[in-house]
Design a protein around this ligand. Structure first.
Ligand code: FES
Length: 136
C-alpha cells in the first residue's frame, strides 16, 4: 500500500498546484526577464474586462492586478501597510480596501482612509495585446 503522504505530494507535483494555489490564489505561468514579468491574459479570466482584479503570486511576491479601464491596469503589493492583511479591489467604490481594519487606498496606492500609515507599494504595469507586463 502506498504511503499516503507520498501519494499526495506526487499528486501536487504532477497537478502543478502550489501553496498559492491551495490558498486560492491563481498560479500563473509568467515569463520573467529581470524585473519585468509578463502575465498572459488568457490565464486570468477576471482581468478580461474593466473592473476585474486578482491577487496572484509571481516570483514569490503577491501582486494585486486591477483592470481599472478597458485599456489600462494597475499593480500593487497587496499587503496592507497597517498590520499586513491582504487588500482587495472594490470596483463599485473604485478603491482598494483592507478587510481587517477598514483602511482604503486609491488607485495610486495612496491612503484615503486609515489606519494604514503608508501607501501601498505600486508596481509599473502595462496592458499589452494579450498580456500584462509588471515591473517588480
Ligand atoms: S491591516 Fe489593513 S487596516 Fe489594519
Amino acid at each position: 500500500m502506498p504511503d499516503s503522504k507520498l501519494v499526495r505530494r506526487n499528486f501536487l507535483k504532477s497537478s502543478g498546484l502550489t501553496l498559492a494555489g491551495l490558498l486560492g490564489l491563481p498560479t500563473v505561468m509568467a515569463h520573467a526577464e529581470g524585473t519585468k514579468v509578463a502575465v498572459p491574459l488568457a490565464k486570468l479570466e477576471m482581468l478580461k474586462a474593466a473592473g476585474g482584479s486578482v491577487v496572484i503570486k509571481v516570483k514569490s511576491k503577491l501582486v494585486l492586478l486591477i483592470r481599472n479601464t478597458p485599456t489600462s491596469v494597475k499593480a500593487f503589493n497587496p499587503i496592507c501597510t497597517h498590520m499586513h492583511c491582504v487588500v482587495a479591489y472594490s470596483a463599485g467604490e473604485n478603491k482598494i480596501n483592507c478587510p481587517c481594519h477598514g483602511s482604503q487606498f486609491d488607485l495610486d496606492g495612496h491612503v484615503v482612509h486609515g489606519p494604514a500609515p503608508h501607501p501601498l507599494e505600486a508596481y509599473a504595469a502595462t496592458l499589452e495585446a494579450e498580456r500584462i507586463v509588471v515591473t517588480l
